[in-house]
Design a binder for this molecule. Structure first.
Ligand code: RB5
Length: 143
């Protein structure tokens, strides 16, 4: 199960991402928002982050206008590793090296075609399990 959420700046792109997920038969839970009325991105960052941390969802997708605010908000939550991606190489590395559990996108930055490819790469790339990367992730989580 994939958790997905956005603010008003990411709403249109979220519809394209949901179309892609529907087309692939991938299950997701939509945490809002529901339209392009102005809302506060930290609310949706928290909802998606908690769904991932609780185990309700395996991974998350967060979208705001730039992807910046919503990824900053998600990364304040311990255990969340949200990667703001504007290219597929970064999405791949975010999984291989950082074991990122959320991909963040900017609805006013990337087009829907590229965004779908970024999401696809993110969802289909496993963590490398390499010791040096696992150690660095543990260091992030340590006090
Ligand atoms: C909302 O206008 C915009 O600030 C928000 O979507 C996001 O880009 C913040 O980082």
């Amino acid at each position: 199960m994939i958790a997905i959420g956005c603010d008003h700046g990411g709403f249109d792109l979220m519809q394209s991402i949901k179309e892609y997920l529907d087309g692939k038969g991938l299950e997701y839970k939509d945490f809002g928002c529901r339209d392009t009325q102005s809302v506060d991105y930290p609310v949706y960052a928290r909802k998606v982050s908690h769904a991932v941390l609780s185990g309700e969802c395996d991974k998350g997708i967060l979208i705001c206008g730039t992807g910046i605010g919503i990824s900053i908000a998600a990364n304040r939550i311990r255990g969340i590793r949200a990667a703001l991606c504007t290219d597929c190489f970064s999405a791949e590395m975010a999984r291989l090296h950082n074991n990122a559990n959320i991909v963040a996108l900017g609805g006013r930055v990337v087009g829907s075609g590229l965004a779908v490819k970024i999401v696809e790469t993110f969802l289909n790339t496993p963590f490398s399990e390499e010791e040096r990367h696992a150690k660095r992730i543990h260091l992030i989580e340590a006090e």
